[in-house]
Ligand binder design. Sequence first.
Ligand code: FAD
Length: 363
Amino acid sequence: MLLVEKRQEIGEPVRCAEGLFKDGLEDFIDYDPKWVCAHIKSARIHAPDGNVLSLSEPDNVAGYVLDRKIFDRALARLAANAGSEIQVKTQATGLIKHEGVIKGVKGLCRGREFEARSMVVIGADGVESRVGRWAGLLEPLKPRDIESCVEFTVSGVDIDPVCLEFYFGNDIAPGGYLWIFPKGEREANIGLGALGARLNGAHPIDYLKRFVDTRFPGCKVIQTIVGAVPVSDMVEHISTGGLMLAGDGARLVDPLLGAGIMNAMLSGRMAGKVAAEAIKKGDVSAQALRKYDEDVRKNMGKAIHRNYKVKEFVVKASDRQMNALLYTLRKMNVESIPVSSVYKTAITSGLPVMKMMRAIFKN
Ligand SMILES: Cc1cc2nc3c(=O)[nH]c(=O)nc-3n(C[C@H](O)[C@H](O)[C@H](O)COP(=O)(O)OP(=O)(O)OC[C@H]3O[C@@H](n4cnc5c(N)ncnc54)[C@H](O)[C@@H]3O)c2cc1C
């Protein structure tokens, strides 16, 4: 197997807040404190009117804030140990096609063009995925299905080092939310995602600067990151003859939270398994690889679809509606659910999310 990465180093530059639920992670990689910056035991959700929903699980680690530079490299090392050849500074520039089936990639490595033939190509090329478009599987994202993000890594901040904080409100992050993810005792990723159409010509960084200056005056910004997150519903097909798309490259991000690390790992693993079986059988036709579409749809399609619908409500919400939503969640005693399972409970219909949203948004 050949893994090509256009950048010089795997995992850099980081364009992520690096938060991850712990659930299921051990299926991929053994815990290593080297890639963990913070152990998360609680979360606080701030409504526009200042009311707070607190979720906590003091005796249990619900998730991590990662050091993705180290984490992504650890994943790459696992792939290398399993027999992959890893080639950095190598960019895929096109697909080799024969009679409608993908037969490999064209690329550029240190200024030299090359062709790598393969039975299966897995396009895991992130939010700007060109592989998906070359294969005719992806259309450009609609503006309302892209969250524009900006993030500061700051030091010298007074934060709770085990707590994720989320802020909602049209003065804070129109059509999105702001996050504070601790990266140690006095360091944090503070960022926001906003919907371009709701920014009225402003840049998300204006909102972030205002928040950081007010909440943490005197803190030091040691890094600024800008990026985008696809927050769309699942596309119709993410495979075709000889090719599968994974992770952000297949738009498999949770459209409500904008979280994609776990889905990227899950879909990558599913794609790998289907590829291995198809190659063994000598059949990499569109029909054979359709199993991958089915696996992904079965495992995450329903959650993505539901969260897309919820996101469609949230991005249009007024501050009054967001206040009402938080108030309703508190009345439903959501705070008694452990932080590690509240989100899962919500998306697996333990909470009648859509019904609740409709009621709030109708009034
Ligand atoms: C500001 C921000 C904050 C976020 N915070 C979180 C969070 O807290 N938790 C969470 O779960 N998710 C978060 N996300 C989303 C998360 O970062 C992505 O979902 C995740 O990184 C997807 O992984 P991936 O491997 O699919 O894509 P990527 O991590 O984007 O990796 C794609 C790789 O492909 C390479 N590449 C691209 N094109 C080519 C090419 N033509 N040839 C060769 N290589 C190529 C790129 O260089 C890159 O290394 C955040 C995103 C942003 C922008």
